[in-house]
Design a protein around this ligand. Sequence first.
Ligand code: ADP
Ligand code: MG
Length: 317
Amino acid sequence: MIIFNTTVPMTRTAVQSKAKNVTMFSGKGGVGKTTSAAATALHYATTGKKTLVISTDFTPSLRDIFELECTDKPAKVTDNLYLDEITYSDVKALWEKKFGPQLYDVFSTFVDIGYEEFADFVATILPGIRDEFMVDYIREISESGQFESIVWDTAPAGQTLGLLRMPSLMNHHLKPAARIYSSLKTTQNTKRSVLGVIREWQELSDKDMEFLRKDVKFSIVTIAEALAVGQLEGIFAEFRGYGLSIDHLIVNQVVEGADSPFLESKAQMQQRHIADLKRRFKLESTILPLLPHEVKGIERIREIERRLFASTSQWAG
Ligand SMILES: Nc1ncnc2c1ncn2[C@@H]1O[C@H](COP(=O)(O)OP(=O)(O)O)[C@@H](O)[C@H]1O
Ligand SMILES: [Mg+2]
């Protein structure tokens, strides 16, 4: 394990954090987010914490990585470890529970639309609402106290940043909505309920954003290649823009012990990018080796876990 910034206290392992009990893994496609999330969750579970590993990627692979057949929600993987993958219908159900029928009452007074169609449209087709309710879904689980630790596996970076942006955007857009609805010629009762719903929704957005800031630790996963490294600056800037700080950087699939000219050349290329990363990003970081096989099944996930949570004596720097 390598730390880039020697001023960071080294008494805790790479993916642990203060009071934050949710760890989110973000990064571009195929870099190892799900693998890192699985290894982190397995680690927490092994140390005795009741842990949930949950994915907001609508084309998820967590179940696959753990080679899990069970379709329970959440599904038990092993001692202390549970797994869930959020689907469209989960998001829709949560939105419906909080706002669906109330908003439909209002909407159906001026648009001829059936309830199911309306709910499908708002909760799953409009991406902003879908994204906000994914954050809300995880916040609810976190606040329920059912799990001591939650590990959050996400869709590739572009989509995830959209998801992070949603609560504050929602808040911004709902402000004029209140004005528009208050000038609508509706009955006093309906008007009151529209404004009430909008206010509640604003409060929910605030809570979701607060949750991201206070309870979520962000880990970015990357590989040591130009394209991936080049995207990091933008990812960091977007997080900063929402007052969110990235706690940990994982550089995955790094060649170690190259024993051929091909691998030697790849290793040298990666080391140049790693040197660049060290210079540019001063934060706690972990290097993970490229394994000679894909990471599937608990034993293989453990190999990653061991590296991710290696003792501090292995840290160089
Ligand atoms: N360190 C590694 N060594 C070898 N293969 C890896 C490593 N990390 C990830 N993989 C493999 O790369 C593929 C993509 O990893 P995954 O975690 O699904 O990425 P993401 O979730 O970012 O899309 C998977 O087949 C996984 O087994
Ligand atoms: Mg993934």
